[in-house]
Write a protein that binds this ligand. Structure first.
Ligand code: ATP
Ligand code: MG
Length: 333
């Protein structure tokens, strides 16, 4: 069975973007692939996280994943900091990846903002850790949103350079699995920016913890234009906000944007937004309620994560140890 790996940062409450672009696509893979899913807390601290909040958000993220349909019995679900192979291999990759490669990463530029000198060095080498996350499992398929495509290309460059420099055929090629109409959900306030759980504006996103009132308020306030809905996708050109809302309704109702447009052609956004609110609430409310039920019992949740870490470590530790041996590190005897 092909092995898949994917991760999500506990850097905030999971959003509709995370759900449609990533988590939702992970669920069916549990039956078709050997699936490894990770809450990547090491990645989260590349930008400042309040320690108490980080701990809370980490549990919340694990609960969200289970509430969305990941079953700790059918997949390996764990916390990144519990399995040390990730950081050990990441160090080796820090020494394989070239500065020139990292300099091209757009996520670093977006997240570092204007004051690049003040960004953490962790944020800069983030893609090397991500490569280690995947490759310490020899995973070959990685379901992610479109925003992570560039990082996966870099991971392949690292794997290739490692194999080449050490004259081995050790790390496999990684294939990104970028799926669905909503591989990139955009901010509700700015249709040219992706929706992010770490965006300072809560109005820019739908959180999986938002109830009916919060969803209704955010969608009603979401930026749009004054034009009615066109009958065809060509009518959405240069209308990023309109395109985003149509894409969200299509994704959440399991159809294509063309079908949404056919059904709602000529409608104004006032009426369209009410349809969208109803669809979002119907889909997200059961997830929100299940999350809150799981969070009421942190002992069970922590035990599930411990088992996940044991299973993950059993795969990752020998692969990482072999990489260290290839590099020339003496084993501890
Ligand atoms: P942060 O702002 O802290 O980076 P994030 O919302 O970007 O948070 P990540 O933890 O970085 O979330 O990414 C988790 C997964 O969600 C990745 O597979 C990523 O591609 C996907 N993802 C994130 N944002 C979106 C989005 N707006 N649309 C579709 N997929 C997304
Ligand atoms: Mg991100």
């Amino acid at each position: 069975m092909t092995r898949v790996f994917s991760g999500i940062q506990p850097s905030g409450v999971p959003t509709l973007g995370n759900y449609l672009g990533a988590i939702r696509n992970w669920v069916p893979m549990q039956d078709t692939h050997e699936s490894i899913f990770c809450v990547v807390d090491l990645h989260a601290i590349t930008v400042w996280q309040d320690p108490k909040e980080l701990a809370r958000q980490t549990r919340e993220m694990a609960a969200a994943l289970i509430a969305c349909g990941l079953d700790p019995k059918r997949c390996t679900l764990f916390l990144q900091s519990h399995v040390h192979a990730h950081t050990r291999l990441a160090w080796i990759f820090n020494c394989v990846a070239r500065l020139g490669w990292l300099n091209r990463m757009t996520q670093f530029k977006d997240k570092a903002g204007k004051d690049r000198e003040a960004a953490s060095s962790g944020l800069y080498v983030y893609p090397n850790l991500m490569a280690a996350d995947i490759l310490t499992y020899h995973a070959t398929q990685v379901p992610v949103g479109d925003d992570q495509r560039q990082h996966l290309e870099l991971a392949n460059d690292i794997a290739q350079k490692f194999n080449h420099d050490y004259e081995v055929d050790f790390f496999p090629k990684i294939e990104p699995l970028i799926q669905g109409v909503a591989a990139r959900v955009m901010s509700l306030r700015d249709g040219t920016k992706k929706m992010s759980k770490s965006d300072p504006s809560d109005q820019s996103r739908i959180n999986l913890t938002d109830d009916h009132d919060a969803i209704a308020q955010k969608i009603r306030k979401a930026r749009t234009d004054a034009e009615p809905l066109p009958g065809h996708a060509s009518g959405l050109e240069n209308r990023p906000e309109a395109r985003n809302l149509v894409g969200i309704l299509a994704a959440i109702t399991g159809t294509l944007p063309e079908n949404v447009l056919r059904e709602h052609e000529g409608k104004g956004f006032g009426a369209f937004k009410e349809v969208l609110v109803a669809a979002l609430v119907a889909h997200l409310d059961p997830i929100r309620k299940e999350m809150s039920r799981l969070l009421d019992d942190p002992t069970t949740l922590d035990a599930q994560l411990r088992l996940g870490a044991d299973r993950a470590e059993a795969i990752a530790a020998p692969i990482c140890a072999r990489a260290e041996e290839i590099v020339g590190f003496l084993p501890r005897r």
